[in-house]
Unconditional design. Sequence first.
Length: 90
Amino acid sequence: MNAKQELPHHLIVEGRARLTVSGVEEVESFDDNAVILYTSKGLLLIKGSGLSIDKLSIDKGELSVEGTVDLLQYQDQQTRQSGFWSRLFR
């Protein structure tokens, strides 16, 4: 009975300048143009400019990103098994 409890997942975008994500399980990578993370609902790709992680709490499953958000894109959970570049360019 050690089933992993799924974290509730929410996105809050404030004027494209701030993004708050809940249900975060792991951050794969980040730079000022992209943040790639695993959520309870799949892989989430965040693209933009001047992106920075303002707050990260894996224990609580929360992430805040500041900068200009241009794109939010989900991938299926199964992509976690494949390599980083194949997930990015699917």
